[in-house]
Design a protein around this ligand. Structure first.
Ligand SMILES: [Zn+2]
Ligand SMILES: [Zn+2]
Length: 257
């Protein structure tokens, strides 16, 4: 009986290999970023060599407070601007530069709902995240104005928190950090106008049955970091809890707009 089953298993394995081979022939695996068919020597699991080479990982030699790259040869520590004007967060972690395939993947996710590229990027960064974020961290997404959430049907920063929490074993909560009211879209404003608009925009609520003091730290998560003003003011609202606050972006623009 067992011999017969072994034979059947062998047959099903052979069939599966045949089906997989046919599938590859008919539908060659395409790169998640550029959609071009991938060569067998390409980077495994969804990203072609060309796109892989254009993914810019955010440098690790950065100012701890604001996350900006430090000039070569500078000792670790706060940068000149953080010495005089430190941001509200004690730590900034950026995973990628917002450029090339990373920018394409984020835009596809936000505008067309295709999350595969972003999921790949997050999953590739998971070993670093596991090293940087302890399981007793509370992840909070930067809140999205209700009008925009209704329009897109998505809360992108909350999705990032959920995916990270699943992998890292952290808690996350999307209703704790809130906006006080509807705000003009940040991307339409200049740097100074953004700061004015954001100054009192955020509130850390205490009506969700979550005791933030139970966590070793709060990490505020956003998809794209541009000037850092949004994350700074969101961190300022959370810092009132007395729990150390860090911020994290999936991608950060290389230059201030
Ligand atoms: Zn590609
Ligand atoms: Zn700095």
């Amino acid at each position: 009986m067992s011999g017969m089953l072994d034979g059947m298993n062998g047959l099903s394995t052979k069939s599966a290999l045949l089906v997989n081979g046919l599938r590859k022939l008919l539908f060659p695996p395409a790169c998640l970023f550029c959609r071009q068919p991938m060569e067998s020597g390409d980077v495994a699991q969804g990203c072609c060599t060309g796109c892989f080479e254009h993914i810019h990982i955010w440098p690790t030699a950065v100012c701890l407070h604001c996350g900006k790259p430090m000039p070569d040869g500078m000792p670790p520590g706060p940068c000149g601007s953080c010495l005089s004007h430190p941001p509200a967060q004690s730590r900034t972690l950026n995973l990628y530069a917002y450029a090339g395939p990373v920018r394409d993947a984020v835009l596809e996710w936000k505008l067309q709902g295709r999350e595969a590229g972003v999921r790949w990027l997050l999953s590739a960064a998971m070993p670093r995240l596991a090293h940087e974020i302890s399981p007793d961290t509370l992840l909070l997404p930067v809140p999205m104005p209700l009008s925009r959430m209704r329009k897109s049907g998505q809360h992108h920063a909350a999705n990032l928190c959920r995916w990270m929490a699943d992998e890292l074993g952290c808690a996350w909560q999307w209703q704790l950090l809130r906006r006080r009211g509807e705000q003009p879209r940040q991307s339409s404003l200049s740097g100074a106008a953004r700061r004015k608009n954001l100054c009192n925009a955020f509130l850390l609520a205490n009506d969700q049955g979550v005791n933030v003091e139970h966590y070793s730290s709060i990490c505020i998560v956003d998809d794209i970091m541009t000037t850092g003003a949004t994350l700074h003011y969101a961190a300022r609202a959370c810092r009132k809890s007395g729990v150390p606050v860090s911020v994290l972006s999936l991608a950060r623009t290389l230059h201030r707009r």
